[in-house]
Design a protein around this ligand. Sequence first.
Ligand code: SAH
Length: 496
Amino acid sequence: MFLTITTTGTTQRPATDLGFLLHKHPDKAQAFSTSHGTAHVLYPEADEQRCTAALLLEVDPVALVRRGRGKGRGGAPDAALAQYVNDRPYAASSLLAVALSGVFSSALRGVCHARPELPGEERPLRIEVPALPARGGPDLVRRLFEPLGWTVTAEPVALDAEFPEWGDSRYVRLVLESEAVTLAEALRHLYVLLPVLDDAKHYWVSAEEVDKLLRAGEGWLPEHPEQKLITSRYLSRRWSLTRQAMERLELVRLAESDDSEVDELDNAVAAETEAEEKPTPLAVRRREAIVAALRESGAARVLDLGCGQGQLVQVLLKDARFTEIVGVDVSVRALTIAARRLKLDRMGERQASRVALRQGSLVYTDKRLKGYDAAVLSEVIEHLDLPRLPALEYAVFGAARPRTVLVTTPNVEYNVRWETLPAGHVRHRDHRFEWTRAQFGQWAQAVAERHGYDVEFRPVGPDDPEVGPPTQMAVFTLRTTTDNSENNNEKEATAA
Ligand code: SAH
């Protein structure tokens, strides 16, 4: 079983950083014993420009059969040769996924103590798996990896190269390529999707697997169009577990956002009548609250800071009063998906002149962000480490200084109302913190004070009498010495 990961680099960002990210030194070949054999990590090439790490798993097929029997897999233990002669040693199956998570556990979690900034950085990656068992064939391989931003090559492998007339095997040679992806994301895609394609787990699937799936799927599974197939196959079609996972994915989806909700917005009338039977997803409500507050403020030129995959930008584009909409995000991958969602390349000239997507980090002051009417930070602050928050505060309130700033963030008090959220857990693994209403209130008041804004708070979602709403929003308005009221003509003054 074999898998290679290749990255390219420059003098400033050498490709050999891959060694830091994987926690495996490029000059050494290392071996690790895993429960099913030995995993080797070696680097066939390693220089500034190009670095490739290979993971080779040597499986002991006899031990595998014995182990399977020991666990009481059912059926009379028979010593048929077929049990010992199987594809497991060669194919990139669920065993490879388990080895991957064992050998590269820190990389998978996105941790690098030696170089803490590295795991968050996106870089070009090429992953090759020469023999991937793929139930569903190359077509399913593409349906699984393409929505995640990968360029996919999936070639069927002939049963026997010397006898092409025998047709194709159930294996494909897989190559995944991306210009910008973090290694942790890439590993988490493989960790889930290799066993999904193999569709033959070598171990008994227990309730713990639901947690593993949701953890590895964070940030991509809730948005994946093949979410149901992935969940059901990953959990070996154990329906009760699949349902649990789907329920919890729905929770994650409520806290994030989803394509289908945008479609719902498209169809405003249908959505309104439907709303009675089915509660409107929280992400939709959040966008509605943001759009309402922007309209009230009279803003025409709007920044969506930390715009992610562009859902809010898409909604704003539908309202002509917003004459310029700029989405900013640190993630190139998110921006690529946003551009695809907005169909930027096929947009008419007029529409295209209203919108721009820019890559940039909000913890650095950026001159290009000056002169806008309003800035939105929707579910962004909780993704920053607390010590970085003052830098963002300065960049937005101190330097960019739009008249209106909208900040939304989860209200942690509400978490007890999510029935399937385990106590003490945050809603998303990448959340560095979640605040109570009091904590958010204190932060926002202090920010307003320091930078000369007024601030008021609005609930988003059902406002529970005890714990408050699921999302909290702060509306900041720049204090002006001459005119302190909501001035709808302001835009004319600033648009010039
Ligand atoms: N605003 C969107 C996305 C929220 S997820 C929504 O409401 O659905 C948080 C986003 O913030 C991610 O897309 C992440 O890439 C981005 N982000 C995190 N830290 C950032 C930083 N320092 N600069 C710019 N964007 C950042």
